[in-house]
Design a protein around this ligand. Sequence first.
Ligand code: PEP
Ligand code: CO
Length: 448
Amino acid sequence: MNTTWHPNSWTDCPAGQQPEWPELGALDEALHELGTRPPLVFAGEARRLTDQLARVANGQAVVLQAGDCAESFDLSSADAIRDKLKVILQMAVVLQYSAGLPVVKVGRIAGQFAKPRSSGTETRDGATLPSFRGHIVNDITFDSDSRTPDPKRLLEAYNTSAATLNLLRAFTRGGYADLRQVHNWNQEFVASSPVGERYERLAEGIERALQFMTACGFDTDDAAMRQVELYTSHEALLLGYEQALTRQDSITGAWYDCSAHMLWIGERTRELDGAHIEFLRGVHNPIGCKIGPSTSPDDALALCEALNPDKVPGRLTLISRMGAEKVGDVLPAILRKVTDAGHPIVWECDPMHGNTYETDSGVKTRDFAVIMDEVRQYFDVHKAEGTWPGGVHCELTGDAVTECVGGGDALAAEHLSDRYETMCDPRLNGRQSLDLAFHVAELLSEFR
Ligand code: PEP
Ligand code: CO
């Protein structure tokens, strides 16, 4: 690995999962144009997130990283963004209330447009076309025009991220995330379920606590009550796009990828000598790296050394996505190796990506019980190793979709087609997400 780094030094390394753009001229034009656009987030915000994640690394806070598997360019979905925010706020308040610790909230949102694929092409009825790689590259419709990678989409990804971020900033700063609105985050279809009722009771508890504090003379009109910080994150997959939004901070001179506060490296692109590691090691944002079941303790340590050689707390989050069958066997030795080497890691459990399967009728799904099984084992492993479990990473939507089986409603496989809307992986719906939060909250409260 080079010791010198520049936003384009990744171009000397093998880069997996990059689309085959048909016209390099048009790609260059789009990237050049992106390079002239204002940053979406500021370096100071990314530093603040690093500081908050440092508290997670030290066992003084919890992290919730959640949102869509693949966001859409369809911005008629302002309501969908609001509803996703609602469920993230609900989950965070459940965790915070039960664990009695601050919850750092990071959305897979406002930029989660690029998807790694197991195959570059897809064949249907004898026709072979490029795979769908997320709206930043092409469209999901199976025809030649839609599937041809289009560099103009890079600019549309920027614009959609900006619009989403603007809406999120308005929601989280403008009173909507006020703790006194805690009841209003409970959407109708969630409120009418047992887990929604459980949430109502918790919300009443919070309301009473706020009234009590007001009666004691505390200022419950403080910004800490009225506003929430929701950070943005996405998989840094398309390195040209990420490079174009990378800027040198005027205060510190350090480079930041200003497309989101936090970026992560996916399971398929975490080769040590690959372009993704090379790019992300040089930007000063907090970064994540997925670690799947094939990760050895040496691999994990090498990732830490490459991505966080100075051992800065909050800089590196390792996102364990082992699958319920493997996590108990694979994770303990990794925790030991990395901890013994003195690396201050934010640990996260992604119980989604190791537990995806296809039903008999070929629908991609995940079973809530298996998701919870992985989370429980993940917590057990941390308890046994004396490490702090950090938090969870999940794919969800606020909507009443039917993509994952099980959960409080015992959603059955035959109902998956009722409202199966994801463009990529199956997501938890609003009820299942809240259910997961209550389970995680219980595990956290046992921890302390
Ligand atoms: C994802 O987070 O959507 C994803 C593709 O995950 P992984 O890299 O862990 O497979
Ligand atoms: Co996914």
